[in-house]
Design a binder for this molecule. Structure first.
Ligand code: SF4
Length: 217
């Protein structure tokens, strides 16, 4: 088995890990994990010194009703399930206002992919948040939600992204990435956009200056 400290030393000296080497690090346990975090910290310090930045973020859950119902998810519900909810304008603005009063600088709209939501719903959500929390950065809408909005309005995903940006969206969410391998997605989240679509939508967003995150689940 490859030695973790050798791998970390190579990585710190500029070696790009192969898939097999990365897999070895993912399997690290115990003290090896501390060695990895120490190496990551060393690399962070080499690149940016002592400059640390952060945002005050709050997740705002609009709805847990979701068309996808991924196997691993404990959040998404069918509309008829006990505990299913979908906040209205008043509910969303109350949460956004509270976040604003707490000096939150970024609001992340984290929701299920509601089958009834359209591009106009997403635009409304951005406006409602900005009305209640002026100047806050809105981080919202995964590639899966963008694809859903495009499907509902009969337009392209790049048109959806352009409209959302124009309406005040700050960055898009790289949620729904999970694992970008279709054979895995077919098992854990078969209803989500396939890998190629996820990558295309993220590239379209970056192409118009909308930055993104990427979330592994
Ligand atoms: S799309 Fe998101 S919210 Fe919906 S079931 Fe999958 S992980 Fe859960």
């Amino acid at each position: 088995m490859v030695n973790v400290s050798t791998l970390l030393s190579d990585a710190l000296n500029g070696h790009r890990l192969t898939a097999k080497e990365a897999e070895r690090l993912l399997n690290a346990r115990g003290s090896e994990v501390f060695a990895i975090t120490a190496a990551a910290d060393e690399m962070r310090e080499c690149r940016v010194g002592d400059t640390v930045t952060y945002v005050r973020n709050q997740n705002l859950h609009v709805t847990n009703i979701c068309k996808n119902l991924c196997g691993f998810c404990g959040f998404g519900r069918k509309a008829t399930d006990t505990g299913a909810y979908c906040h209205d304008k008043e509910g969303i603005q109350a949460q956004a206002k509270l976040a604003y009063e707490r000096k939150v600088t970024e609001i992340c709209l984290l929701s299920g992919v509601h089958p009834g939501f359209t591009l106009d719903t997403f635009v409304d959500l951005i406006h409602w948040v900005h009305e209640a929390a002026p100047g806050v950065h809105v981080h919202a809408f995964s590639p899966d939600e963008v694809a859903h909005a495009a499907h509902r309005c009969g337009c392209s995903t790049s048109e959806v992204l352009a409209r959302l940006k124009e309406e005040g969206l700050g960055t898009i969410q790289g949620t729904a990435a999970e694992i970008l391998v279709d054979s895995v997605r077919e098992v854990i989240c078969p209803s989500k956009v396939p890998t190629a679509d996820w990558v295309r939508i993220i590239k379209e967003a970056h192409g118009i200056g909308l930055r993104s995150t990427a979330t592994i689940m």
